[in-house]
Design a protein around this ligand. Structure first.
Ligand SMILES: Cc1cc2nc3c(=O)[nH]c(=O)nc-3n(C[C@H](O)[C@H](O)[C@H](O)COP(=O)(O)OP(=O)(O)OC[C@H]3O[C@@H](n4cnc5c(N)ncnc54)[C@H](O)[C@@H]3O)c2cc1C
Length: 411
């Protein structure tokens, strides 16, 4: 058992690994080093409730007393600049050092910014941390014309909030549909209708060309095709880059994130990595992926803690994710990338429906719009490897719950 463990990153993964190590009986020294100055908090609300309401505070993942009671030393506002593998020592930005026996890497990711003219003007934002969310919330009060670059989850969540606050909102999406990397076409089309219905000008197949400023402040956005859109605020939401540079510089294998095995072990013994920054081989997809979700960060952190405690439990959790846009809840379970066909349950006209994705006869993922029950059943079906025949999934009268209940009862 390592005598001391250092954790880099105080997000969803970092906080969870600390908790899981103590839960698992680890009684050595435990230090969580994170660049952010807030105690680990829930990130998803930053693009949801937090932006809407100036009174909404950060929601800590665990109270400060939790870390105290469990002898987890929190070093906030401390950025790790280098990992010395031979000396087993971290160097911090303030020049301090921290010795470790084992290391848990959960440095997450940062927003990807397009390399375009004007990206540095005052009024251009990207959202990842509480400081970004506070600055965006503050600026939204006085802004009138908001341009969101990127029609993914975060961009669309911000767009719906900005509309709710009465702003003129334009969304630029380079692809031919919204959230195109992860959801079914029918879901993309449904959300396109919703956002347009809320009064947002959504432009598909439209890439950003440059940001135009006046006296250092953003004044407009020009699309790649040359159209000019007035803007006093621009939000960039075009994806993230894993924070794997510090690990890479130390000699830990990185390739689109920190490379880990089924147990979240990196290429270096006694160093684990997990969450947005970890690149792992997905048992079902049969290829390497990085998943960016709370579920993935939390469940991988549990696997990583088990590994550090000498237990070998391969990561096999069912992925799930959610997004709140306006008053509509989108929930996803499983990964649709291998799907060969999809079946609809419910009707988009009613505002509540799900798309069941099949790879051959096997259910691999479900996207649900305002149908939380389908999502919850989906987690159990996919987790248990049960595939309702597509015609059963499509039949609203069919009781999917019974299929799961049957299995858990041993039938
Ligand atoms: C606005 C927003 C909305 C989201 N909404 C959802 C949602 O609805 N559902 C969902 O499932 N997921 C959502 N996500 C994604 C989810 O928040 C991430 O997948 C999750 O936070 C990943 O956890 P993590 O521990 O890997 O990284 P993070 O939570 O990003 O934590 C990483 C931490 O490491 C710190 N760090 C990085 N480098 C260093 C260093 N060198 N030294 C010290 N500290 C360092 C960072 O400052 C950060 O605090 C959202 C993300 C954002 C930004």
């Amino acid at each position: 058992m390592p005598k001391s463990i250092a954790i880099i990153g105080g997000g969803h993964g970092g906080s969870q690994v600390a908790a899981s190590l103590r839960d698992g009986g680890y009684d050595g020294a435990l230090t969580l080093v994170t660049a952010e100055t807030d105690i680990p908090y829930q990130r998803p609300p930053l693009s949801k409730a937090f932006l809407k309401d100036p009174k909404h505070d950060l929601l800590p993942l665990r109270p400060a007393s939790f870390y105290e009671k469990n002898s987890i030393e929190l070093r906030l506002g401390a950025r790790v600049e280098a990992i010395d593998l031979r000396a087993r020592r971290l160097t911090l930005a303030d020049g301090g050092t921290l010795a470790f026996d084992a290391l848990a890497l959960a440095p997450g990711a940062r927003p990807r910014l397009p390399r375009i003219e004007g990206i540095g003007f005052d009024g251009v934002f990207a959202l990842r941390e509480s400081a970004d969310a506070r600055a965006i919330r503050e600026r939204l009060i006085s802004a009138s014309d908001v341009v969101v670059v990127g029609g993914g989850f975060i961009g669309l969540e911000i767009a719906s909030t900005a509309r709710l606050l009465g702003k003129t909102v334009t969304v630029l999406e380079a692809a031919d549909r919204l959230m195109g990397r992860v959801v079914a076409r029918e879901i993309s089309a449904h959300f396109l209708g919703l956002h347009r219905g809320w009064g947002t000008d959504v432009r598909l197949d439209t890439a950003i060309g440059r940001v135009i400023g006046e006296e250092g402040r953003v004044a407009a956005v020009e699309t790649a095709a040359g159209d000019r859109i007035p803007a006093d605020m621009v939000l960039i939401g075009i994806g993230v880059i894993p924070n794997s540079e510090v690990a890479g510089a130390a000699g830990i294998q990185v390739e689109n994130g920190i490379v880990v095995d089924d147990f979240m072990a990196t290429s270096v013994p006694e160093i684990v990595a997990f969450g947005d920054a970890a690149n792992f081989h997905h048992w079902d997809l049969q290829r390497r992926v990085r998943l960016e979700s709370v579920q993935n960060a939390v469940d991988q952190a549990k696997t990583a803690a088990a590994t550090l405690l000498g237990k070998h439990e391969a990561y096999r959790a069912v992925p799930w994710f959610w997004s709140d846009q306006g008053d509509v809840k989108l929930q996803m379970v499983g990964l649709p990338f291998s799907a060969t066909r999809s079946i609809r349950r419910g009707s988009p006209d009613s505002g509540a429906f799900s798309i069941f994705h099949y790879a051959g006869d096997r259910l691999v993922a479900i996207d649900s719009v305002n149908r939380a029950a389908d999502h919850m059943i989906g987690r159990r079906l996919i987790g248990a490897g049960i595939s309702p025949p597509p015609e059963v999934a499509a039949d609203e009268g069919a009781d999917l719950k019974a299929m799961v209940a049957g299995v858990s009862a041993g039938h």
